[in-house]
Structure formats: C-alpha cells, structure tokens
Design a protein around this ligand. Structure first.
Ligand code: XMP
Length: 507
C-alpha cells in the first residue's frame, strides 16, 4: 500500500489516482491522523497544501516513524515541509512560480530521474520557495526559476519535489512516480481489476458466509457493480430490491429490471410510483421534494426488506470519494468528514450490518471492475442519474402528466445522443421541464404551452462541469422532434451555463 498524507491540496485525489493507474493501491489519510501501525505501507507520499509552512496554522504531522524508515516522496508543500523542519530555509519567492516550467538541470545517474531528460516539462504551483536545502540534502533537479526543484536526503529513501507529478501537464509525472514507487520503494504493480474482483469475492464469502444480504439497486453503475460482486460471492442469498419511484426515465423500470434478471440476479422490482407521487402532490420546494422522495424511499425499502426473513446485511454501492475524510485547512487544521447522501445511509430502524464492496474504488475503477466481470457496457457506460430522478428536473410541483411529458422529452434527447454517437462523449445529459408557458403557433393555432431545457455537460466528478458544444444540426433535429412528438411542449432551449456558478441540475 501507498499512504498519501493529505495536507488539503486540491490535487490529493489525483495523486491517489495516478498511483493506482500504476496498479499500486493507495489510500488517502489526513495528515493529522497518521496510523500507529505503518507495517502495511511500502511508501508514503506527502501532498501539497494551500498553506505556507511559515503560517501559524501550518499542518505539522509527526513523521518520526516515517522519515528515514519508509520510502518517502514529498510533493510541493510536503517538500517545503521537509526542508523547513530539517534546517533548510523556505521563504516567499520573488517571482511567481505557477504553471509550466522545464527541468534545466537533472543530476546524472539518479534512479529517481530514470529515463527522464533535461527539458522535461513540469507543473509548478507555489508561492513559497526553498531557498536553502535541509541538512544532508542532495540537489537532484532545477528549473530556470526554481533552483531547488528536487532533492533527496542522503542515506534515506526520502525524495522531495517542488512541482506536481500528479497533474497532466507534468509530462513525465507517471514515470517519476513509477521510478519512486517501483524502482526505489520496490512496490509490486499488482492492484488490477481482476485481482480486486478475486480478492473481494473471497473476502465477501468469508465475511458473509451463509448470511442473507439486501441491496438497493438504482440502475446506476455503482450499485450494479456492487450487486454483481456480491452475487458472485453469495449467489441467491443476495436479495436485490429495485424501487420504481415513478420518477425514472421512460421504460427504465422495465428495461433495467430485465437487464438485472439477465445477469442472473435475484431482483425484486417494486413499483411504488403512486406512493411517491401521492406524497409529492402539491409540493414545489426543491429541498422538500428531495426529502419527501428520500423518506418514501426508506419506507418502501424497509417494507420490502422486512419481507426478507433473517437478513443480516445491507449492501451499499458507496465509493472511495464518498468516504475520504477531507482536510479543511483554510479554517484551521481541523479534519471534517464530507457529508454525502450515500454515507451513513442506514436508517436507524434497520438494524443490519453494512457491507460496502466498492468503498476502496474511484468511479473509473468501478467501471473497470465491472468490465473485468464482463458486465454489459450499456450499464457501465450509463450517465449518472440523481436519486430523486425527474422529481428535481420538473421545476415546481410534480404531477403524473408532467412526469410523462418529461419522460418523452428526455427519451427523444437521450436516444438522439445515442443515435448520433454523442452519448459516450457526454458525462451527463437530461431535460428539465420549466414552470413556464409561452406562446407559439402550430398550424394556424395559437398555442400556450410548456418550455423544456436540455442540458448536456462534460465533467469528471460532477463537482465542476461545462456545457457540451453539441452540434447545431443535432440540436435542430432534436428540438424539432420534441416539439412534434411531445404534446404540450412548444419551446426547447439549450442550457449553456457552466458549473460553477450554475449547478448541473436546476433544482
Ligand atoms: P448538481 O446539480 O449539484 O449535481 O451540480 C451534481 C451531480 O449530483 C447529482 N445530484 C444528485 N444525486 N441526489 C443524488 O443522488 C440528489 O439529490 C442530487 N442532486 C444532484 C446530479 O445529477 C449530478 O450528477
């Protein structure tokens, strides 16, 4: 394992992903929670930080059990930390050191820079600089503006770099991480999807034995991959429940249920549309709608769960970004746990133990694990879809008619994206039904009907997003088709707002 100590850098998750792309497992832990037992870790990486080592609230971890004992790579703030607390000098830099730079000097015959040549582009992002190296340091590389861009500590496997190997713009970043992790730290590159599947199934078998497990399927990638892993481990003892909240995409309930059955899963479809729509009647506040949908889901799910006699476990498709403890350094060095709708999702009255087979994986790894189990690419490539479904895409109150109208609009849009080969180029797409009527003409008739907004975004994690430049010809065709086919809609607009400041969903 690689232990990544997080000092609150925006790039910390990227470090973990780069390490994992080398098929080496890595985990992120806040800098002030260094585990007491470090025997599992073959290397430690210190992340960057928005703070200066000279700041009063600077994160100061205790590295006595790490430095000089476990191979250590210190990045940016980490490098300054090593310098500052070992007799070096860190001070504000005179020139701005941000963006692209090139290594103008690399010390020869250093395994750390194996196959990396002078001129290699690196990405800098810091305002302090290391003016003097710490005791016992050997300079390894410089750029034009940053003399002490990389160093190691003599007699230790401790390396420090001022630039960021994890970002795309550092061209040899992956090679550098490989040099450190494989050649210097001697780590094995054996964290592969196949190996994950094999060990996870064995562990699940061991933990779950003959116990019955309940899982809520949503049709999304995470719960589907979790279900398949559990199915391989406990077979018919996995009881999947797929709830139709009446706010799914057109035909989704039926189609997805069929797909799951085709995968051999023991799945029960529960059509609770009427119960959800009843509870939502007349409600137009977005947060109240969300809460109502959440509450009814728990009620329905609990009713169904009680029908599985003697169930011991509740399985969830929680993934790694949901469980990483985030470090908030800006408001002092206190670590807070990210609140997220999937975490702690266990209702009090369901006294089941929780099993989360994907909680070590990033989203792209979940997809690779699914692919290694030969899961249908149609399920793996599915766009994210919010839990409250069309409920938060119908602005204002929700009625069965509005749901049906939006399902038709969404269907034309999504099918169009697929037919035009655009679906896989978009991270998420959908349609919003606006609480706006506008005037139009159809034939010789004046109309006064609904307006829908189409939204398609590019993103990697939904935290930031940009609207997709869909071809005008496509938009023209889709707009026509929606207005011609969907009764009650006479106007289509395309949302060209990025996130931030706009969110992906309209509610
Ligand atoms: P926003 O609208 O916050 O959406 O930019 C970011 C991502 O989260 C999804 N989303 C939700 N997912 N329950 C969910 O399960 C919700 O209440 C919810 N709200 C937004 C949204 O679809 C996008 O992928």
């Amino acid at each position: 394992n690689v232990l990544i100590l997080d000092f609150g850098s925006q790039y910390t998750q990227l470090i973990a992903r780069r390490v994992r792309e080398l098929n080496i497992y890595s985990e992120i832990i806040p800098y002030n929670k260094v585990p007491t037992d470090l025997s599992d870790y073959g290397a430690v990486i210190l992340s960057g930080s928005p703070l200066s080592v000279r700041a009063e609230e600077a994160p100061i971890p205790d590295l006595t059990k790490i430095k000089g004992k476990i191979p250590l790579l210190a990045i940016c703030y980490g490098a300054q930390y090593l310098a500052h607390f070992n007799g070096g000098n860190v001070a504000p830099s005179n020139t701005r050191e941000y963006g692209r730079a090139n290594l103008s000097f690399i010390k020869e015959h250093e395994p750390f820079f194996h196959i990396i040549n002078e001129g290699s582009q690196v990405w800098m992002s810091h305002s302090d600089t290391i003016k003097e190296l710490p005791k016992g340091a050997v300079l390894l590389a410089s750029t034009h503006d940053v003399e002490n861009a990389a160093f190691r500590i003599e007699g230790e496997d401790s390396y420090a770099i001022q630039f960021h190997p994890e970002v795309y713009h550092t061209t040899d970043g992956e090679q550098l991480l490989k040099n450190f992790l494989v050649d210097i730290a001697g780590m094995e590159q054996d964290w592969t999807p196949d190996a994950f599947v094999e060990t996870t199934i064995a562990e699940l078998k061991n933990t779950l034995g003959d116990d019955k497990v309940i899982l809520g399927l949503s049709g999304g990638v995470d719960s589907s991959v979790a279900a398949l892993l559990l199915h391989r481990a406990v077979g018919k003892n996995l009881y999947c429940i797929f709830v139709n909240n009446g706010l799914l995409r057109k035909n989704e309930f039926h189609d997805v249920l069929e797909q799951y059955e085709g995968m051999g899963l023991n799945v029960k479809g529960v059509d609770a549309s009427a119960r959800f729509l009843g509870a939502l009647a007349g409600e137009s506040d977005p947060e109240t709608k969300r809460k109502t949908i959440g509450r009814v889901f728990i009620e329905v799910f609990d009713d169904e769960a009680h029908k599985v006699e003697n169930a011991k476990w509740l399985a969830q498709g929680t993934i790694y970004p949901d469980v990483i403890e985030s470090v908030s350094v800006s408001g002092g060095p206190s670590a807070t746990i990210k609140s997220h709708h999937n975490v702690g999702g266990l209702p009090d009255y369901m006294k089941l133990k929780v099993v989360e087979p994907l909680k070590l994986l990033f989203k792209d790894e979940v997809r690779r694990v699914g692919a290694s189990m030969h899961m249908d690419p149609n399920i793996l490539g599915r766009h994210p879809f919010p839990g409250p479904g069309l409920g938060i895409r119908i602005l204002g109150d929700i009625t069965a008619e509005k749901v049906a109208m939006l399902q038709d609009v969404d269907h034309v849009f999504i099918k169009g994206l697929k037919d035009w080969g655009l679906y896989d180029k978009v991270w998420q797409a959908g349609a919003m039904l606006l609480p706006v009527n506008s005037v139009g003409v159809m034939g010789d008739e004046r109309t006064y009907e609904k307006c829908v907004a189409l939204r398609a975004v590019e993103s990697t994690d939904g935290m930031t997003a940009d609207w997709v430049n869909l071809p005008y010809k496509f938009l023209q065709k889709i707009s026509n088709e929606i207005i011609n086919k969907v009764k009650g809609v006479n106007r289509v607009v395309y949302d060209i707002s990025s996130k931030p400041p706009a969110t992906i969903e309209w509610e």
